[in-house]
Write a protein that binds this ligand. Structure first.
Ligand code: ADP
Ligand code: MG
Length: 265
């Protein structure tokens, strides 16, 4: 083939790549063609090789965009989690959740336990994996969700917000129990939980055992109805031990242990 033909082909492929919004076709076709000629590839193998570069780049940027939109306060991964430090958490159970199959089934995951024991870390870790698997994820603290729900309720847009949240495969509610929730807000929170029941997943973390959620939600009946729905199809983990944050500062442990007595055992 002459050099002129190459130029024409390149211009044509540049145009096609623009129309298809697939820039990697243009940037890879030439080098891949040389590889194909050297390796004696079939036309089909060549086509697959060029398109797969575009496809994996799109998948990766889709995952990046979903992770960004999820609103994680920081990125944590399961690989970074040291299961030796937290033997109360079953590595194999977490590994099963890493397939994200539970999200397709609308199941929930709950992490309970004292502060600093890796609840938020694992919640974010599973959230990041879900986003990589193509799921839409949103993260906020319980206080943050309450604020969003209360605002929507007061502006008459609660149904719209609940419908929007229904389109997310996974919603993460971090830190249930740190801030008391007014009875009216608890009702709105219950609506969030019940609209997702058996349809879409939740990850929740709390420093309080379920038996004390009534105190936090200011209404034992609502808390019980909510827990009922959340735990029906759920994997529940209970973290134990001292805070990872104070490792190396064990001299202050007695006061922290005393404080924790009031939270969870
Ligand atoms: P919690 O949500 O239970 O209060 P975090 O998940 O925020 O605790 O953990 C506190 C800090 O300690 C985070 O930086 C987290 O990454 C780290 N951490 C906690 N447990 C572990 C662990 N087992 N392995 C690695 N890092 C951990
Ligand atoms: Mg936390």
């Amino acid at each position: 083939m002459s050099a002129i033909n190459y130029k024409q082909i390149d211009a044509e492929l540049a145009h096609i790549a623009t129309v298809l919004k697939a820039p990697r076709i243009r940037s890879t076709y030439h080098d891949t063609a040389e590889q194909a000629r050297d390796g004696g590839w079939t036309y089909e193998e060549y086509l697959a090789a060029v398109l797969s570069v575009e496809a994996s780049a799109r998948q990766a940027s889709g995952a990046q965009a979903r992770i960004k939109r999820a609103g994680f306060p920081h990125i944590k991964t399961i690989e970074d989690f040291d299961f030796m430090v937290q033997p109360a958490i079953d590595r194999a159970k977490i590994a099963r959740l890493e397939t994200s199959a539970w999200i397709a089934q609308g199941c929930n995951v709950i992490f309970l336990g004292p502060p600093g024991t890796g609840k938020t870390h694992l919640a974010i870790g599973l959230g990041v994996i879900a986003a990589r698997h193509g799921h839409r994820v949103l993260f906020d603290t319980a206080a943050g969700w309450v604020q969003q729900l209360t605002h929507a309720h007061s502006t008459g847009s609660l149904p719209k917000l609940l419908a929007k949240l229904g389109r997310y495969d996974l919603i993460i509610v971090d830190e249930v129990g740190y801030i008391p929730i007014e009875a009216e807000a608890a009702n709105l929170f219950f609506q969030l939980v019940s609209t997702r029941y058996e349809k879409a997943s939740l990850i929740m973390t709390s420093n309080l055992p379920f038996s004390r959620w009534g105190e936090c939600f200011g209404d034992a009946t609502i808390a019980a109805a909510m827990i009922d729905r959340i735990v029906h199809h759920a994997e529940i983990f209970t973290h134990k031990g001292n805070s990872f944050r104070i490792t190396g500062h064990e001299d202050i442990l007695p006061s922290i242990a005393a404080e924790r007595e009031h939270q969870i055992n």
